[in-house]
Design a protein around this ligand. Structure first.
Ligand code: AMP
Length: 190
């Protein structure tokens, strides 16, 4: 199986590049942000809890996120060729749990695609996305909080994966196809 984590700050292009990787390799997409936004739209209990964190730019607590991931993994088709994890893990406990859950199903992480983009560009991209899509957490106050949370809680994962020899550093600046080509090269060199 080809199991990849798409890793990077908010606005680094994880969603855009996930779609292209899925098209090429026929993988299954698990985007925890998308799962949560769907719950919010449907007005479920989980959606109400999620909204109270997302609207402030905070992370949803690990135990809740890990339950969500477990459910998503259960729903995978039997003939699944692999999974793109987009937006998960975001903390060290989530990363450890992902490794455990994959091991339980007899598979493992192939690699981590780390999209690296300068901060000013991240802010500009999210503001643009907010205008174009109306995504509620793409407003300047929430964006700045999400970046702070990213640096404090998520960025340490880079070192965690580098230590395991799993991290593929990708320059996430430039045109979408050029970035995608760099990702494909890195995956195929694995
Ligand atoms: P995303 O679409 O990946 O940018 O996620 C949007 C928001 O959903 C994040 O800012 C978090 O509040 C929440 N979220 C998504 N994935 C996770 C996760 N793995 N752990 C905690 N919170 C998450």
């Amino acid at each position: 199986m080809l199991n990849l984590v798409l890793f990077g700050a908010p606005g680094s292009g994880k969603g855009t590049q996930s779609e292209k990787i899925i098209d090429k390799y026929g993988l299954h997409h698990i985007s925890t942000g998308e799962v949560l936004r769907k719950q919010i739209k449907e007005g479920t209990e989980l959606g109400k809890i999620a909204d109270s964190y997302i609207s402030k730019g905070h992370l949803i607590p690990d135990d809740l996120m890990i339950d969500i991931l477990r459910q998503e993994l259960k729903g995978l088709p039997k003939d699944c060729k692999g999974v793109i994890f987009d937006g998960f893990p975001r903390t060290i406990p989530q990363a450890v749990e992902l490794e455990n859950l994959l091991a339980e199903t007899g598979t493992e992480l192939t690699g981590v695609v780390g999209l690296e983009v300068p901060e000013e560009e991240l802010v500009a991209r999210m503001l643009k996305r907010g205008k174009e899509t109306g995504r509620a957490d793409d407003n300047i106050d929430t964006i700045l909080n999400r970046l702070k949370v990213y640096h404090n809680q998520t960025e340490p994962l880079k070192e965690h994966y580098q230590g395991k020899g799993n991290y593929m550093q990708i320059n996430g600046l430039g045109n979408v196809d050029g970035i995608f080509n760099s990702i494909v090269k890195a995956i195929e060199a694995k």
